[in-house]
Design a protein around this ligand. Structure first.
Ligand SMILES: [Mn+2]
Length: 396
């Protein structure tokens, strides 16, 4: 930590800017946090490998349910219906379910209260576990599951006889013709952040006893990567930089509550789509969508805050399962593709709507020099990454 403080002071001095030094400090802490999680072999599980061209195993990744106590501060309630429907579907289709952290909102509520309020969602998750297809990671809001004793005490009875282990991170080896060519590395994404990792105990006390009361009166949101554009951007850049520095690795996180696909946010994809737009009508539609999405973040980017060029498709984010309009987003890995999906579909029916997708082959070709490129498949304009009307009030 002392090294990182010294480095930040150096940047501050060189750039003559307090802000530059602080931003640098936040970023290098996230990089160090991810390094530490990746090296923490005791809390890293390897899941069944996937082949670039194989149909099985299938994975569905959901994060940030933030299940509460069915009161005003509970952000999952509106999404419960879509979430339960999605779990029923993925179970029958033989998917593995990855719960990527912040499943329970335990900064605001006590565990027994939350678990009591969402028994059906837990039962649906437990079915995956019974069949060896449930893989769970802790986030900052449910980091009590770091403790095997507390998992045993609160969760085990719902999950049956088979022992439930909650990990810090997961890896899915990726193969081509039986040979390892890379891996998906999955982690919640709060690692190394000052308020969500180092000061987590203090944050929990603050949220539970002070913020909740304040929020009840003012309806103000907590200032976190889920609600603050700049914090989210900083987190996204740090995630990308960490992943890009690894070999043959694709990072998947949650935590910020906004999906990222092939290292690009919805905004960044729309900026690109605007350049590609062929007709005035296309251009108008994309321009409208872009402003719609921009104004959604409480602090839209300044004109000079360009999105970094993402050369590698090494960073994905599953979004969240607690959008205030009741929608949920997740990532499917199936049939040689990775897909960003949203439940429900456009008509409000319990089906997955594909927002965008890419072949695993082309994703891993960007991180592994030995894999030849294939024809890129551009994201169709008619498939916006995040549906209109997504807003939320959750702390990341
Ligand atoms: Mn989080």
């Amino acid at each position: 930590m002392w090294q990182r403080i010294k480095q930040a002071i150096k940047i501050m001095w060189q750039e003559k800017s307090l802000k530059a030094g602080w931003k640098h400090f936040l970023e290098i802490n996230i990089l160090a946090g991810l390094d530490k999680a990746y090296q923490n072999q005791d809390s890293l599980a390897a899941l069944p490998a996937i082949d670039l061209d194989a149909e099985h195993p299938k994975y569905i990744i959901f994060s940030d349910q933030h299940r509460g106590a069915r009161n005003g501060a509970d952000d999952f309630q509106a999404s419960e219906r879509a979430y339960n429907a999605a779990l029923a579907y993925y179970f029958e289709m033989g998917y593995h379910l990855i719960a990527l952290g912040d499943v329970e909102e335990l900064w605001e509520e006590r565990p027994s209260k939350v678990l009591r309020n969402y028994t059906r969602s837990l039962e649906l998750e437990a079915k995956f576990h019974e069949h060896g297809r449930y893989h769970r990671v802790f986030g900052n809001h449910d980091d009590i599951w770091k403790s095997a004793r507390l998992v045993e005490h609160y969760l085990q009875s719902t999950f049956g006889a088979k022992k439930l282990i909650v990990y810090e991170s997961l890896r899915i080896p990726v193969q081509q013709n039986g040979e390892d060519i890379g891996e998906f590395y999955l982690v919640h994404g709060h690692q190394g952040s000052i308020e969500s990792d180092y000061l987590t105990r203090l944050s929990r006390i603050f949220v539970r006893y002070i913020w909740r009361v304040f929020q009840g009166i003012t309806k103000k949101r907590l200032n976190t990567p889920a609600t603050n554009w700049q914090k989210r951007q900083l987190t996204n850049i740090a995630m990308y930089n960490w992943a890009a520095a690894q070999e043959n690795l694709v990072l998947v996180t949650g935590h910020t509550h906004y999906p990222v696909f092939e290292s690009k946010t919805h905004e960044a994809q729309l900026v690109e789509a605007l350049e590609r737009a062929a007709t005035p009508a296309d251009r108008a539609a994309v321009a409208a969508e872009l402003e719609w999405v921009r104004a959604q973040g409480s602090q839209p980017p300044q004109a000079n805050e360009a999105y970094p060029e993402a050369e590698k498709s090494c960073y994905f984010n599953s979004g969240c399962c607690s959008f205030s309009d009741g929608k949920i987003t997740g990532l499917e890995i199936v049939n040689g593709r990775i897909r960003l999906i949203r439940w429900p579909d456009d008509t409000g029916e319990p089906n997955a709507k594909e927002l965008t997708s890419a072949p695993l082959h082309s994703v891993f070709a960007t991180v592994n020099a030995n894999i030849g490129p294939i024809e890129p498949v551009p994201t169709p304009l008619e498939l916006p990454l995040v549906a209109n009307g997504h807003k939320h009030t959750v702390a990341a």
